[in-house]
Design a protein around this ligand. Sequence first.
Ligand code: GDP
Ligand code: MG
Length: 596
Amino acid sequence: TAPELIRNFSIIAHIDHGKSTLADRMLQLTGVVDQRQMRAQYLDRMDIERERGITIKSQAVRMPWEEEGVTYALNMIDTPGHVDFTYEVSRSLAACEGAVLLVDAAQGIEAQTLANLYLAMENELTIIPVLNKIDLPAAQPEKYAEELAKLIGCEPEDCLKVSGKTGMGVDALLAQIVKQVPAPVGDPNAPARAMIFDSVYDTYRGVVTYVRVIDGMLHPRERITLMSTKTQHELLEIGVSSPEPVPTKGLGVGEVGYLITGVKDVRQSKVGDTVTNYAKPATEALEGYREPLPMVFSGLYPIDGSDYGPLREALDKLKLSDAALVYEPESSVALGFGFRCGFLGLLHLEIVRERLEREFNLDLISTAPNVVYEVTMDDNTQITVTNPSEFPGGKINEVREPIVKATMLAPAEFIGAIMELCQERRGSLRGMDYLSEDRVEMRYTLPLAEIVFDFFDQLKSRTRGYASLDYDPDGDQVANLVKVDILLQGEPVDAFSTIVHADKAYSYGVMMTGKLRKLIPRQQFEVPIQAAIGARIIARENISAIRKDVLAKCYGGDISRKRKLLERQKEGKKRMKMVGRVEVPQEAFIAALSSD
Ligand code: GDP
Ligand code: MG
């Protein structure tokens, strides 16, 4: 297709504002998915996406659309809305010239509306403002058209009004996409340069690489070079998703499509890399993307120790399609052998864990999540801590923790509640703006560790669900952080070590020792449970001794009953972990780690 007839666009919005539903209507209206095949959120293909009703992976689809007798090729890229997956959004946007900015007409602008708009502006995209869900009785399209117009600097009349549910206004939107989004520009005669914006592992087809061609042309059967690694591959298949894969004879300037090269691992076909011809290579690679950095770490352990091998295999497989997941083996006194894994955020952690349990049939326990700390010792050595139990003792000069710039949007009546919450979480206010008379945008700097845990739930409950949140990494800061260890009879239990702000150390110690006292059965001797910072004990509980004589319960001489009891006791022992002299059932560790 000639570049003049191509339009590449993304749909961006706050979560639940209706991107996937609008995409469905476009698929139907352009005829690429017929009535019979249609199902809601068609492009959300993973089971977990469908069940949770959220989009995790971006999707690119090519759709034909006729305007005044001319047939255009529209490439639509549906993106996830959750903050953990912002890196997916920014990748998709770099492959487009335009963005449909969708706003729920019953909700108005939310935190991720802004975040995504700013990303689109950074990529210099043409923005088409659209109010969605106008079929809802609670919709206030006029009010929010004004908010939206003020935000992007257009007239309220320029905001289109659609319903992704009923399809109202969707054809007019497609017409505006053709009219307003610029056609891609590139040099068709230059050596090929195509940007990899996604790479997925498909059980049947292997690694499928999604590209947007900037210059030149790619053909099936030719050899290509991946510019960052200088590796060569043969293009076994090249095509477009419509939305099923359709092989083509080539991809030219401005086109979006997929490549299959026989590469085995998505890491070899790296997102952000440039594909060029082997015979006539480009000299300069395209500007790549920021690599996604893991923000949150947690230990993943199989509940049944013999599942360690299968867990490793499952992680290897998952990594094929999730380049943002990192992991390395670790072991724990309490939990045995497992892996320390890095995630983009808590939702990413939850999704990975759920996929491991579901798709690979594993029972897992995850340790309390933590962020990454940079510790500088007095002798200037630097230590990066991803596991709290590895936090150094000895002379520490300073500890740095990651911070984020957070943006919260809410009705003005909740300003006080939000300030209070941010105060409790060591936040500092950076600024505040009124978007309209009754809606404010509040900007805070907050430690990542304070925001990743239950911050969002707290924000929602303190604002009756009205506030929305978005955040971006913003470097790090020095903080007064300490490691709290939990000791059983003087022995530290690694899985319970945590790094907290000095002000919160005491309450963590009291909470954890209290929890363990209830969970650990009495032993033949007294067992002290202590919380300590270094050598200083900050909390203590005691489990008093008992004489555990099971046979004493059996009156008379019922031998078989005695044997059964002894056997049951032996069974129980197998799942016991020894911490020093103390026997602890693994269930106690698991219960103590699960948040309640
Ligand atoms: P996404 O998170 O932006 O992809 O949003 P979805 O497309 O998954 O939609 C979120 C929810 O809003 C779903 O329950 C949809 O059925 C609903 N929804 C989406 N568009 C409309 C619309 O135009 N009208 C109404 N009434 N509901 C809609
Ligand atoms: Mg969606």
